[in-house]
Design a protein around this ligand. Structure first.
Ligand code: HEM
Length: 456
């Protein structure tokens, strides 16, 4: 049975991790109160969504197949879309435009973006984001909350809805809910019972002569320059002194490298970055308070608090610290559109230190309609590479081109590395989708004709 430290018991509303990494604890043993939907308590959801043990029972392939055959896709879609518009005090969304959707898109992207084309490892299939090492990667800060919010839906659909499907579908449904384009989503990612297969993604990197390389300089087959990041350092590449260089040109080189290792071309890369950043915001309300302990550190410290930030007292809502950058990319962060690209071209941008103490970018015209939006150094990078810049120009002037490219690239991203169940099944027509031509069984039309064809 879980033994809590006295200090944990003094803080009944904080955190919820157990003391023993190897021990299983009783549901509700952590002193956290509150309920989520369907009568699921917050403490049950935290444990259910963030296993306190190294392995967890998953259905056999046969059991999964039988259950998946009966999955009611429309019902799952309705439940997830309903959840996005709720607001739980456990992780309130009043600082996030009253919508959990952007947070779920980040969950889906970070789960999928671990894929590396070099050997086909990584990706969201397997649902390993809930285990070590991935859940403690710096880039995955606070995603434990997204998994916890989704837990009641996992509990409701049980074996029929795998974790890998739940994470990727939550992001896809969020895009649909906010008016964005998607292709039909397919279910059938088979879960794994531990994070073992992600260990290879987490090893210190080395060159082809087995010479150890500093983190930040990893080369293929590593999927990214930096173990613990899904992609690149948002503030610019890390220099020899260990500090970020807020230089968009250097960042563009890193992006080409990292997204290339995910198997994505320039069109897909730019559509995903600027399309993804049509939604939501970056979180870095304070410079003197970090996001708190990552799961692995919390467990080691025998503490119940995962990423339990203290900015503004509670580290939640408008006080959230995740990446340490602050602000939205557009004035309509819960509405799909191409203003990310228009803003890049129509405004001039300057770097400054944001409230979280990191370099980020703002409009030089402080009276611009976009004066309250921001860009990361890695966003500014899209102007610096000729192939990327051509895509920025296209997407800023042609919303339909962005719709097509984004829908295609999102599917490619979220399906990368998947070994499907034989019972794989797909949404027939994604609700709220644009007419994107290359849906199931349809040939691409118009602009989309030159895009890579979907596998038939
Ligand atoms: C160079 C690549 C990228 C970089 C450096 C980057 C960086 C970041 C950072 C620093 C945050 C803030 C996290 C926080 O503080 O809450 C963020 C949020 C976000 N990113 Fe990206 N990102 C990249 C690509 C993408 C892609 C490909 C997508 C999806 C297609 C995406 C979707 C999002 C969304 C939706 C959010 C907002 C989350 C929220 O509002 O809670 N990003 N990104």
């Amino acid at each position: 049975m879980l033994q809590l430290a006295a200090s944990d018991l003094k803080r009944p509303t904080k955190g919820c991790l157990p003391t023993g990494h190897r021990k299983r604890i009783g549901v509700g043993a952590c002193p956290i109160t509150g309920m989520l939907s369907d009568g699921v308590s917050v403490s049950e959801a935290i444990e259910g969504a963030n296993p306190f043990t190294r392995t967890e029972k998953v259905p056999t392939r046969f059991q999964y197949r039988r259950a998946l055959e009966k999955l009611d896709i429309d019902a799952v879609e309705k439940d997830i879309k309903d959840l996005m518009h709720r607001n739980y005090s456990y992780w309130p969304n009043h600082g996030d435009y009253d919508h959990y959707g952007p947070f779920f898109i980040r969950l889906a992207w970070h789960c999928s973006g671990s894929y590396r084309a070099s050997d086909g490892k990584g990706g969201c299939s397997g649902g390993r984001l809930r285990f070590e090492p991935e859940r403690s990667w710096d880039d995955n800060t606070n995603l434990d909350k997204a998994r916890t919010l989704l837990y009641p839906i996992k509990k409701k659909y049980g074996n029929a809805l795998s974790w890998g499907d739940l994470y990727t579908f939550a992001g896809t449904a969020a895009i649909q809910d906010m008016g964005g384009p998607t292709k039909p989503f397919c279910f059938g990612r088979v879960d794994e019972n531990s994070g073992r297969k992600s260990k290879i993604l987490n090893e210190p990197c080395a060159d082809s002569n087995a010479k150890k390389l500093p983190n930040g300089k990893c080369v293929g087959p590593w999927g990214t320059t930096t173990v613990g990041l899904i992609y690149v350092n948002p503030e610019g590449p890390i220099g020899a002194d260990g500090k970020s260089r807020p230089d968009p040109k250097l960042s563009a080189t890193d992006i080409k490298d990292a997204f290339g290792r995910m198997g994505l071309n320039a069109m897909e890369t730019v559509a995903l970055i600027g399309g993804g950043h049509a939604f939501g915001k970056v979180h870095g309300a304070c410079s003197d308070h970090g996001p708190g302990d990552k799961p692995v550190a919390a467990l080691k410290a025998n503490s119940c608090s995962i990423w339990d930030g203290t900015c503004g007292g509670d580290g939640k809502g408008p006080n959230t610290v995740t990446s340490g950058f602050e602000g939205p990319w557009t004035n309509t962060p819960t509405q799909w559109g191409n203003d990310f690209f228009k803003g890049l071209l129509e405004d001039k941008w300057e770097k400054y230190h944001g409230p979280g103490g990191h370099y980020q970018w703002r409009t030089t015209d402080r009276a611009s309609t976009r004066k309250d939006t921001m860009r990361l150094t890695s966003d500014m990078a899209l102007l610096e590479d000729p192939a990327y810049k051509a895509m920025v120009d296209l997407f800023a002037s042609d919303q339909g081109a962005l719709d097509n490219a984004f829908a295609h690239a999102w599917t490619q991203l979220t399906e990368a590395g998947t070994k499907w169940s034989r019972a794989k099944k797909c949404q027939e027509i994604p609700t709220n989708s644009f007419s994107i031509g290359n849906g199931v069984g349809q040939a691409p039309t118009g602009w989309a004709a030159w895009m890579p064809q979907p596998a038939q």
